[in-house]
Design a protein around this ligand. Structure first.
Ligand code: F6P
Length: 319
C-alpha cells in the first residue's frame, strides 16, 4: 500500500480533526502518500480529493468540527455512486481509505471494501452507538457539554424550586443521556433502551420536592421522544410544569476533551498501521484499553449493548 485517503462522513463529532491529523501524520511517518477527501462520500463522487502534508493538519487537534467537512450522501447508497467513488480513488493510485464516522459511514466503507478498496472505519460520532468499541470519538466531549449545561440549569432550577426536562441527542442510543445524567446527578433518565412509566416519573418528581429537594431534573434521550411532549405528560399527571431545554447541536461543537483527542490519535494511527499490515474491511475500536479491529460486516449488523448496570446505579443514587 502506497497511497491512502481519509474522509469524515455523517454527523460531525469533536475529535474528528484529531483523528484526521493522526491518519495523515501516521501515514506520512510510515512513508505513505496521504490524501484528504472533502465532504465525505460526496467528495469521493465529485472527485474532491487533495494531497495532504504535515502542515495541512497543523493547529487542528484542539478544534471541533472537521477540516475535511462532512455530508450525509444519498447518492453513495447506490452502486453507481460507490463505483464512481472507487474509480476516483483508483485513478490516483489510492488503494486504502480511512472513513471516520458513524453507522451510515461504516456501511459505505463496507461497500467500498467489497469493490476492492482497502477500508478501515473509525467510530466518529457523539452518539456512542457503534458496537465493538467502548466509546466513540466525540462522545466524551458531548457528555461533558451536557453535564455543564445541567450544572447551569440546576443553579436556576434550585433558586426557583422548579423542575427541568433536558432533551439530549443520541439518535436511537441512550448513552449521552445515561452518562450525562449519572455525572450530573439527574433525578430521572429516560432512554430508548429501557421502558418507562410516565405515572412513575411524575410521582418521582412530586416525591423529590416532598423530600426537600429544590429541583428535579429529567434527562430525556431524543430516541424516547420530544422533551416538550414528556414535560406536558408529566404536568398532566402531577400539575408541576417543568421548564424544557433542548440542547441540540451545541452538543456537537467546541473543543474536544483530552479523552477524545487521545482516543482519536490512537485510533487514527492504529487504522493506518492495520492498513499497512494488509487488513481491510474492518472497524477500529478500543475495548478495555485494547485497540481492536472487527469486520465491518459484523459491526454494521450488530447492536451496541446498553449498560444496564450503570442505569441501575443511576436509579440507586438519584433518590
Ligand atoms: O448522529 C449524530 C447526531 O447528532 C444525532 O445525535 C442526531 O440525532 C443527529 O445527528 C442530528 O442530525 P442532523 O445534524 O442532520 O440534524
Amino acid at each position: 500500500i502506497k497511497r491512502i485517503a481519509v474522509l469524515t462522513s455523517g454527523g460531525d463529532s469533536q475529535g474528528m480533526n484529531a483523528a484526521v491529523r493522526a491518519v495523515v501524520r501516521s501515514g506520512l511517518f510510515h512513508g505513505l502518500e496521504v490524501f484528504g477527501v472533502q465532504r465525505g462520500y460526496a467528495g469521493l463522487i465529485n472527485d474532491d480529493i487533495r494531497e495532504m502534508d504535515l502542515r495541512s493538519v497543523g493547529d487542528i487537534i484542539q478544534r471541533g468540527g472537521t477540516i475535511l467537512q462532512t455530508a450525509r450522501c444519498k447518492e453513495f447508497t447506490t452502486l453507481e455512486g460507490q463505483q464512481l467513488g472507487a474509480e476516483n480513488l483508483r485513478k490516483r493510485g489510492i488503494d486504502g481509505l480511512v472513513v471516520i464516522g458513524g453507522d451510515g459511514s461504516y456501511q459505505g466503507a463496507n461497500k467500498l471494501s467489497k469493490l476492492g478498496i482497502k477500508t478501515m472505519g473509525l467510530p466518529g460520532t457523539i452518539d456512542n452507538d457503534i458496537p465493538f468499541t467502548d466509546c466513540t470519538i466525540g462522545f466524551d466531549t458531548a457528555v461533558s457539554i451536557v453535564v455543564d449545561a445541567i450544572n447551569k440549569l440546576r443553579d436556576t432550577m434550585s433558586s426557583h424550586e422548579r423542575s427541568s426536562v433536558v432533551e439530549v441527542m443520541g439518535r436511537h442510543c441512550g448513552d449521552i443521556a445515561l452518562y450525562a445524567g449519572l455525572a450530573s446527578g439527574a433525578e430521572t433518565i429516560l432512554v430508548p433502551e429501557v421502558p418507562y412509566d410516565l405515572d412513575e416519573v411524575a410521582q418521582r418528581m412530586t416525591g423529590n420536592f416532598g423530600q426537600g429537594k429544590r429541583h428535579s431534573i429529567v434527562v430525556v434521550a431524543e430516541g424516547v421522544g420530544r422533551g416538550e411532549d414528556i414535560a406536558n405528560e408529566i404536568m398532566k399527571r402531577n400539575g408541576i410544569e417543568p421548564r424544557v431545554t433542548v440542547l441540540g447541536h451545541i452538543q456537537r461543537g467546541g473543543a474536544p476533551t483530552h479523552n477524545d483527542r487521545i482516543l482519536a490519535s490512537k485510533l487514527g494511527d492504529f487504522a493506518v498501521r492495520k492498513l499497512i499490515e494488509g487488513e481491510s474491511g474492518k472497524g477500529c475500536g478500543i475495548i478495555k484499553g485494547e485497540l481492536v479491529t472487527t469486520d465491518i460486516d459484523l459491526v454494521v449488523n450488530s447492536k451496541k449493548e446498553f449498560n444496564m448496570d450503570l442505569y441501575e446505579l443511576t436509579k440507586r443514587l438519584s433518590q
